[in-house]
Design a protein around this ligand. Structure first.
Ligand code: EPZ
Length: 414
């Protein structure tokens, strides 16, 4: 429940990146020695990944945001349907399990609200490294009884978890692997940094070509993951849309330059007062800016819904194009219920503003759509009640406490 119209003031600290924690946790399967991870946000998707690791036979110890994984004894090289169906990123254990155990049985993730999201590119990449795969009864079975070998792999389409899956397979393959058309997300770089600490030989993470020289085994390590750039962007937009003055701390501005540029072009005052902090001031007048989602370092698809909420308050019309997923405008009809003026034409949404938003009962459909409804609720007159808010708990740690700490009138109802 959100009572809108309150400008956010004060400070919000961001948590570790969910989309870095997921591959980094999966990477622990690659060694028999313990790995100590810090700044792991205790959100639902992370809990699911931890269950997956335990199902495989690893021992997982959680102490606040510190997680220790001891995968000394892998008994089941598999990711079962009941876990994968709740989190498609479970496919991230595919590469590590084949690399460590020579085989893996992973439930094929079904579609999800935002699109079909197949993992064909993950599988094709593993086959290039010598895995033999087949799909049966909704499971991918991959075998490499004599181990994986290095290869040149070209991704037909840039895939974040596909790049991460393959990177984790290649580090233990015999010989050199070159991954071309690799994803350049900061989370890929973060994973590579952990793998290098574990003894892997990787060059070029963060660029379109990643070179990996396989090693025979990896050892334990300690690693603190990067801050969540999507959470950072969400809070910056919260400061802007509520007309507040908000300091977002513990972030890495370098990871969200595309959003920072868009907000500046829209007339939002943004500055970097100290390292790792961003200050945002919403001074009311906003100009409509177009946005097209692209792979990193372009404008992030995970910030598209949040940006759309902001554009409902901007003067003029904003054209928002979603190039990454085929169905990622489900927040639009809910924003329209609150008074927004949004027209969907295929892969693009035209947002006419400014429109006065009024609080309403709305339904969350996926993680980032939920965030955009929270943002609209902050700006709306009156009360907004968001149903199915469990979606937001997948990727935002204590969002209502963080926003309330900056003055938002937000609470979780029964
Ligand atoms: C990652 O998903 C993120 N999840 C997503 O964040 C994010 O939206 C997405 O990257 C794009 O940035 C994690 O990192 C855990 P892709 P991923 O593979 O890796 C198609 C969130 O809100 N594709 O880069 O699954 C796919 O359908 C989540 O935190 C294939 O066709 O995305 C999509 O259209 C949502 N075949 C496009 O590529 C494949 O084998 C990009 O997907 C793989 C992908």
């Amino acid at each position: 429940m959100i009572q809108g119209g309150v400008p956010l003031q004060g400070e919000i600290a961001v948590s570790g990146a969910k989309n870095s924690a997921l591959p980094v946790l999966a990477a622990c399967l690659l060694t028999a020695e313990p790995v100590v991870l810090d700044r792991i946000p205790p959100v639902r998707d992370i809990a699911t990944m931890e269950k997956l690791l335990e199902h495989a036979g690893a021992r997982v110890t959680v102490d606040g945001e510190r997680v220790t994984v001891d995968a000394g004894d892998i008994r089941h090289a598999e990711a079962p349907y009941n876990l994968v169906k709740t989190m498609r990123a479970s496919s991230l254990v595919l590469g590590p399990l084949v690399a460590r155990c020579g085989r893996a049985r992973v439930s094929v993730p079904g579609g999800c609200a935002i699109g079909a999201r197949p993992i064909n590119l993950h599988v094709a990449g593993l086959e290039r490294l010598g895995a033999v795969t087949r799909q049966e009864h909704g499971y991918i079975e991959a075998e490499a009884p004599h181990g994986l070998h290095g290869a040149e792999v070209y991704f037909d389409r840039i895939t974040v978890t596909g790049t991460e899956d393959l990177l984790m397979a290649a580090v233990l393959a015999q010989g050199e692997t070159i991954i071309r058309n690799a994803a350049r997300e900061p989370e890929v770089v973060d994973l590579a940094e952990l793998l290098i600490k574990m003894g892997a030989n990787i060059e070029g993470a963060g660029t379109p070509v990643i070179r990996v020289k396989g090693v025979s085994k990896l050892h334990g390590a300690a690693h603190a993951i990067i801050p969540d750039r999507i959470e950072t962007g969400t809070f910056l937009i919260a400061g802007a849309i509520s007309g507040g003055d908000l300091l977002v701390t513990g972030c890495q501005p370098e990871h969200l330059r595309a959003l920072l540029g868009k907000l500046a072009n829209a007339g939002v005052e943004i500055c970097e007062p100290t390292a790792g902090a961003l200050r945002v001031r919403g001074n009311g007048l906003l100009k409509s800016i177009d946005a097209t989602t692209e792979e990193h370092p372009g404008f992030a698809t995970d910030l598209q819904a949040q940006f759309m909420a902001l554009m409902t308050q901007a003067e003029g019309s904003s054209i928002i194009k979603e190039n990454i997923f085929e169905n990622r405008f489900m927040h639009a009809p809910e924003l329209t219920r609150m008074g927004a003026n949004i027209r969907i034409e295929g892969r693009q949404a035209i947002v006419a503003g400014p429109t006065r938003l009024s609080g309403a009962q709305v339904i969350a459909s996926d993680l980032r759509a939920s965030a955009s409804l929270v943002l609209a609720g902050l700006a709306a007159q009156g009360e907004t009640l968001i149903d199915r808010v469990y979606h937001i708990d997948r990727g935002y740690y204590q969002i209502e406490a963080k926003l309330a700490g900056a003055g938002a009138r937000i609470r979780r109802t029964a």
